[in-house]
Design a protein. Sequence first.
Lengths: 194, 194
Amino acid sequence: METTRIMPRSGAAFPLARGQLLTVLDPLGTQVSDLLAFAADDVREVISNGRTFDYEETLRLTRGNRIWSNRSRVLLTIEEDSVGCHDFLLTPCSVDTFRHFYPDKPEHRGCFGNLAEALAPYGVTADDIPVAFNCFMNVPIDSTGGISVLPPPSRAGDSVSFRAEQDLIIGLTACSAYASNGGTFKPIDYRIED
Amino acid sequence: METTRIMPRSGAAFPLARGQLLTVLDPLGTQVSDLLAFAADDVREVISNGRTFDYEETLRLTRGNRIWSNRSRVLLTIEEDSVGCHDFLLTPCSVDTFRHFYPDKPEHRGCFGNLAEALAPYGVTADDIPVAFNCFMNVPIDSTGGISVLPPPSRAGDSVSFRAEQDLIIGLTACSAYASNGGTFKPIDYRIED
């Protein structure tokens, strides 16, 4: 089965036909992958954390949960999940978040810039990029609502699989931020099955 | 000081100049108001729950917290807050959420439809409507990430005030959903001070 590699601190975009299964793999462990899904026939329809939280009645999405669009349609269903820890609260890291959180570190366009470039050929603009589904990202919530970003619990070979419920355009990254991957920058692999 | 009333299950949109203070009041108690803010010079810039959670490092926003845009600018600062309970996780109620959660009740276009109509003259389309800042909305999160919608704790006369940090277009509703206002439909009042 063919696996495609997304190199560290980069991103990719590709079509995913209705019925196909997308598996996102963490080949080395402790890495995050930001995932976006747009309706292929109109990219103004996109995954929505708010609609998903509302319909699924949880912030913690795993096997069996569905990812809904801003137009209240299911775009993806999570079919397999060897980690059970993902985030759908935080926007992709960007040059602005690098300036804010890492003022002493070199600037980087981050997952946001990588997604914008990869998705541009499909007609997606930067303003169309919402909160991504952040595979393996570890964002605990304390009793007062405070949040933090900890290293992901994923180990080498862990994966999460999504069934496409519509014809989609997918955006996918190997995360560029320091906090989300424990200060390391690693690749992400993915494969598509019919 | 002039106060404007938003009638039950309706919405409004209006400009708010940089430096002005918008106060959202619950005149009868136990009511929710969905608030949106767009940059007046380009409505593709809009409040973002994901950017706000990231920069403010909390899901529970109250006095002193700032509400950020999808372009990483502060659009509003919360200056006063007599309730301290608001939601920024859930999208505005819509005809789709009514069909989903209240299949036995009459359909209603909800806050989503009310916001879309009120904001249309400013060039905002339905697809431009993100998660709103839901004043007084009570969405507890349990230890597993599960969420529920309970009646708001606001009492008659309670309010929350926002300072505009940019020239804005505001969308504001008196919420139409059953769960968010304890099964009652009440008005919302607002006032603007220089």
